[in-house]
Unconditional design. Structure first.
Length: 94
């Protein structure tokens, strides 16, 4: 891995958010040419570290990923997408 790549990526996301003030994952995906799943992964990491606040949520149908219905944007990094596998729901009803 290239040293500093994570900090550079986070910096780009934060700069974009400063410019827009409010943005949806689809806005980030279009700007950076990645899937919404990848965007959500990084935004969640930023929120977990107290760098941003997530103010809205949307239900995703069971078995889908946030970008499953996406057709206009094809992520060239889909093979490396950290959100490509369905995560277990903690305390969820099976």
């Amino acid at each position: 891995m290239i040293p500093g790549w994570k900090e550079e990526l986070e910096g780009e996301y934060l700069k974009f958010l400063q410019e827009c003030r409010n943005a949806a994952p689809a806005d980030f995906a279009a700007r950076f040419g990645v899937s919404e799943c990848c965007v959500i992964y990084w935004l969640t990491d930023l929120a977990r570290n107290g760098r941003i606040r997530i103010r809205a949520f949307e239900l995703v149908e069971k078995g889908e990923t946030p970008c499953a219905a996406q057709t206009a944007l094809t992520c060239q990094r889909v093979a490396f997408c950290p959100a490509s596998k369905e995560a277990p729901v903690v305390g969820g009803r099976g």
